[in-house]
Design a protein around this ligand. Structure first.
Ligand SMILES: Nc1nc2c(ncn2[C@@H]2O[C@H](COP(=O)(O)OP(=O)(O)OP(=O)(O)O)[C@@H](O)[C@H]2O)c(=O)[nH]1
Ligand SMILES: [Mg+2]
Length: 373
């Protein structure tokens, strides 16, 4: 006899679904009530197993008729093994010999790097424990959550001089303007910071015009300087601001002369009030981010601003990079709209990018624009 199983939120829904799909031929055999998900998303569920009787015909007049209300056999865990063979509805188990391949599939599918995967494997895998697939995934998720580090301190108390460094075209200028709006629009107004943008990017045609348009439209004070001397003269005026967002030039730091010029200018800023942040695009390969990190070796970076998360599906590359250099995450941007497309990095937001797990995280981190209220 063939058994069919249906899982629904409760017994009545499962029965209704069986009847609507298979009509009156449904004969319930077993019922099992259980919970799905994990502590994050625990939900009750009911699984029924049933078989179908043939319709009554002239050739087959002895078909079993339904006898009033059917009472399914309740399945308990001790009966599980036998019934599993019959209907295959017990939780899927992960055999230790397959667990490494499963972990690699999940993490590679999310763009995690090899070193991260190796570390996760040694932390999560065990040779002698049999896990249900849900518990196994949960262990991997716990590892991922533990490996996420967020720069809450810079978010709550940004430094007076916030310098954003990063490769050409990564979104530095756009992101700085979003950050300027965030801190100048805090609710209540007494907590708003007096914010200015300082552009050191006077080497590329159109660079200043771009930031000037943004700042004019959004009423943000803008300063520009082209050299060390200019900057030391400006410091007096900048003194009255709580937060000065420093936009750096969009040239590769491989260009030695420009890199040196930038370094010389930045050295004018008061050390104790200055912090450096690295902008990386979520679609960059981890190798490219590592290379950029090496090139900026002479700066002590505080944390990472991740741009363009709307242009990729996965963020394992970012988490691997963040972990390997011990650099926490600060902001994430997901579009060109100023100021909306800026979000404080958070575990929930990062989990919402994970793919391939049984749990659906996409709804967890539906990003709201970051605001300071
Ligand atoms: N899709 C998407 N585009 C973005 C995001 N942030 C910035 N951009 C776009 O990326 C392009 C480059 O942005 P910029 O802010 O000029 O980048 P930059 O790093 O200052 O560039 P350079 O000064 O040339 O090094 C622009 O078209 C932005 O609108 C984002 O989060 N998502
Ligand atoms: Mg720029």
């Amino acid at each position: 006899m063939d058994f069919i199983t249906i899982v629904a939120s409760d017994y009545d829904s499962a029965l209704k679904q069986a009847r609507s799909e298979y009509g009156p031929a449904v004969r319930i055999q077993t019922r099992k009530d259980f919970f799905t998900g994990t502590s994050f998303t625990k939900k009750s569920a009911c699984e029924i197993s049933f078989y179908l009787v043939e319709p009554k015909t002239e050739e087959n007049p002895c078909v079993e008729e339904p006898k009033g209300k059917e009472e399914p056999v309740l399945v308990s865990s001790s009966q599980g093994k036998v019934l599993h063979e019959m209907t295959g509805f017990l939780p899927q188990m992960v055999v230790p010999s397959q667990s490494k391949a499963l972990l690699e599939d999940l993490l590679k599918g999310n763009d995690f790097g090899d070193a991260y995967i190796e570390e996760a494997a040694s932390a999560v895998l065990s040779t002698d424990t049999l896990f249900s697939k849900d518990d196994f995934e949960m262990k991997i998720l716990e590892y991922i959550i533990d490996s996420i580090s967020i720069d809450h301190a810079s978010f709550a108390h940004p430094p007076k001089y916030f310098v954003l460094l990063g490769p050409t075209g990564v979104g530095k200028t756009t992101t700085l303007v979003k950050i300027a709006m965030l801190y100048s629009q805090i609710v209540p107004a007494e907590c708003q910071l007096k914010v200015a943008v300082l552009s050191l990017d006077s080497f590329r045609a159109g660079a200043f015009a771009q930031i000037e348009t943004f700042c004019n439209d959004l009423h943000i004070d803008l300063f520009r300087c082209a050299g060390e001397g200019d900057l030391s003269l400006l410091l007096g005026q900048l003194d009255s601001y709580d937060l000065v967002l420093v936009d750096t030039m969009g040239k590769s730091p491989k260009d030695g002369e420009l890199a040196l010029k930038l370094k010389t200018m930045l050295s004018v800023l008061p050390k104790k009030d200055t912090a450096y942040y690295l902008a990386v695009s979520a679609s960059h390969k981890q190798r490219d981010m590592d290379r950029y990190f090496q090139l900026l070796g002479s700066y002590t970076l505080s944390s990472i601003v991740v741009t363009k998360t709307d242009e990729t599906e996965n963020v394992g590359n970012i988490l691997s990079f963040s972990k390997s250099h011990n650099l926490p995450l600060l902001f994430m941007t997901d579009g060109q709209k100023v100021p909306q497309d800026l979000h404080k990095a958070s575990n929930e937001l990062i989990l919402s990018f994970l793919d391939g797990f049984s749990l659906d995280f996409r709804t967890m981190g539906t990003p709201q624009s970051t605001s300071m209220q």
